[in-house]
Design a protein around this ligand. Structure first.
Ligand code: FES
Ligand code: FES
Length: 160
């Protein structure tokens, strides 16, 4: 099997990897680079636990060919809080008990980040739609929706 060199930015850092033909981004992130925030669930685009941002848009890493990330900016939940402070979404998830087993949480956080980046004051319906592809087996969704709305309103109260 032939290997291809691919370079991209991951959470602000340059990465250069060799990928197999047809290798997906999730596999490269987890096995190749060691970023285990994006999870492997269904492997076929139906659960959302592998959600990452590519150039600010949410993508399912299990369905994204790694070679298509050449020159692009990939963000995972590992990069949400580069310092000791939690990202506001992480803080809201914690405060609103939006994570139980936590398996869906990294994907939920990235889907929520994409939403708040493009729409800082979403309606409840916007939030429901934004996480519509992300399955949670534990929380029943209400705490997650409430956490995302709380993060949005906390950001709205922050001085510019
Ligand atoms: S592992 Fe990617 S959508 Fe389920
Ligand atoms: S917190 Fe367990 S799957 Fe969502």
């Amino acid at each position: 099997m032939s290997k291809k060199p691919v370079q991209f930015r991951l959470n602000g850092a340059d990465k250069a990897v060799f990928v197999d033909d047809g290798q997906n981004l999730l596999d490269v992130l987890r096995r190749g680079i060691g970023d285990f925030a994006p999870k492997y669930g269904c492997g076929q685009g139906t659960c959302g636990v592998c959600t990452v941002l590519i150039d600010g848009e949410p993508y399912l890493a299990c369905l994204t060919l790694a070679e298509t990330c050449e020159g692009r900016e990939v963000q995972t939940a590992s990069g949400l809080a580069p310092g000791p402070e939690l990202h506001p979404l992480q803080k809201a998830f914690m405060e609103h008990f939006a994570a139980q087993c936590g398996f869906c949480t990294p994907g939920m956080l990235m889907a929520a980040k994409a939403l708040l980046d493009r729409n800082p004051q979403p309606s409840r319906e916007d939030v429901v739609e934004a996480i519509g592809g992300n399955i949670c087996r534990c929380t029943g969704y209400e705490p997650i929706i409430n956490a995302i709305l709380a993060a949005a309103s906390a950001a709205g109260r922050r001085p510019a």
